[in-house]
Design a protein around this ligand. Structure first.
Ligand SMILES: NC(=O)c1ccc[n+]([C@@H]2O[C@H](COP(=O)([O-])OP(=O)(O)OC[C@H]3O[C@@H](n4cnc5c(N)ncnc54)[C@H](OP(=O)(O)O)[C@@H]3O)[C@@H](O)[C@H]2O)c1
Length: 165
């Protein structure tokens, strides 16, 4: 992809790897839109990089994903890059009482959210690039984070298939 003059949505772009991408893409003269659940964290990034556009949303919720897409299609309809970066990692054991609910949340955030966003944002005529952040743990199993590893293996496989669609 060309690395300047894009309109880019980076999910989870206010911290960690997402923030690194945000900073780098701003340096390269791109318009960067970031989203996350925590208003304070988004505002901190906005204070540091005034050109960043922020949107609060919880990507584990289907209605928030649709809301994010509708808001971008109304306000930034020339968006051309989607970076599916937001993800969570839960340390857990199958004997935990809340194992199922943690699993549901992790699958919603790491798998269903980026797949749903991909289907939604493909409706934008300007979209030409999708970047998916997976993990080395797609290939190596770590028993403390069994569902995380499985979500990243899923997402990696899905991403490879997407290249041929
Ligand atoms: N760190 C590593 O060593 C590593 C290695 C390989 C791959 N990865 C992957 O890289 C990506 C980023 O990881 P990171 O380490 O940078 O994590 P991080 O620092 O915890 O950042 C995750 C970001 O995702 C956002 N997020 C999480 N759940 C969300 C939700 N339901 N709705 C909206 N935003 C949500 C968070 O914002 P809010 O909390 O404000 O919602 C946060 O900005 C993840 O997909 C992760 O699996 C990380």
């Amino acid at each position: 992809m060309k690395i300047t003059n894009n309109i880019i949505l980076i999910t989870g772009g206010a911290s960690g790897i997402g923030l690194g991408l945000t900073e780098r893409f701003i340096q390269e003269n791109n318009t960067v839109i970031i989203c996350g659940r925590q208003v304070a964290t988004l505002n901190e990034v906005k204070d540091k990089f005034p050109s960043v556009v922020t949107k609060v949303c919880d990507l584990s919720m289907e209605e928030d994903r649709i809301g994010l897409y509708n808001w971008i299609s109304e306000n930034h309809s020339d968006l051309n890059v989607l970076v599916n970066n937001a993800g969570i990692q839960n340390w857990m054991n199958i004997s935990d009482i809340d194992f199922y609910h943690k699993t549901e949340n992790e699958i919603n955030t790491n798998v269903l959210a980026p797949i749903h966003l991909t289907t939604l944002f493909l409706n934008l005529k300007s979209l030409d690039t999708i970047i998916n952040v997976t993990s080395g743990l797609a290939f190596v199993q770590l028993s403390k984070v069994p569902v995380y590893c499985a979500t990243k293996a899923f997402f990696h496989s899905f991403t490879l298939s997407l290249r041929y669609c």
